[in-house]
Design a protein around this ligand. Structure first.
Ligand code: MN3
Length: 201
């Protein structure tokens, strides 16, 4: 079964004015679609991989045949990262649940401090990448990755991630990644992040 581009759960303009409709359309229909197509091209060369999920492929990258390992890392990472990204955004932003809030307060001091850390990590990521909140063992951690590298490759479970590739923000924010990251918090779907946290914990 080939990998498929997931449908957005909201319209392209739903996250306006934080993320403009044109950016959403190109990002989902062109960028994400290209990762899916190239991932399918890669796994088609190795039918023995069967029906593994993209998460399973990324967790076990060392056992992926060498001729497609880089493609799975880049395009599988791109597919997994964007699939999460669409779901952890919403026009109906609310604060995190109690369970997640308590874990955030315990690890980072407060939600504001966590948001600041993820923003700083995103600003500090030179070139393209992502800034993440992950469940690592029984801990929460925040860090950035380069390119489309997924936290799954480190054995961690991503529960929130913000795309800091220029394609995610350039049309509206141009070089001002800091303004994009600051505004982005207004569209975070904390209910979905909390759900992922509870599943991972
Ligand atoms: Mn992207």
């Amino acid at each position: 079964m080939p990998f498929e581009l997931p449908e957005l759960l909201y319209s392209f303009d739903a996250l306006e004015p934080v993320i403009d409709a044109k950016t959403m359309e190109i990002h989902h229909d062109k960028h994400h679609a290209a990762y899916v197509a190239k991932l399918n091209d890669a796994v088609a060369k190795h039918p023995e991989l069967g029906s593994k999920s993209v998460e399973e492929l990324l967790k076990d990258l060392n056992n992926i045949p060498e001729d497609i390992r880089t493609a799975v890392k880049n395009h599988g990472g791109g597919h997994a990262n964007h699939s999460l990204f669409w779901e952890i955004m919403t026009p109906k932003n609310r604060k995190p649940s109690t369970v997640l809030s308590e874990a955030i307060n315990k690890t980072f001091g407060s939600l504001d401090k966590l948001m600041e850390l993820i923003t700083v990590n995103g600003m500090g990521q030179f070139g393209s990448g992502w800034s993440w909140l992950v469940v690592s063992g029984d801990k929460l951690k925040a860090y950035a990755t380069a390119n489309q590298d997924s936290p799954l490759m480190n054995g961690d479970i991503p529960i929130l991630g913000v795309d800091v590739w220029e394609h995610a923000y350039y049309l509206k924010y141009q070089n001002k990644r800091d303004e994009y990251l600051k505004a982005w918090w207004n569209v975070v779907n904390w209910d979905e992040v909390a759900k992922r946290f509870e599943e991972a914990a």
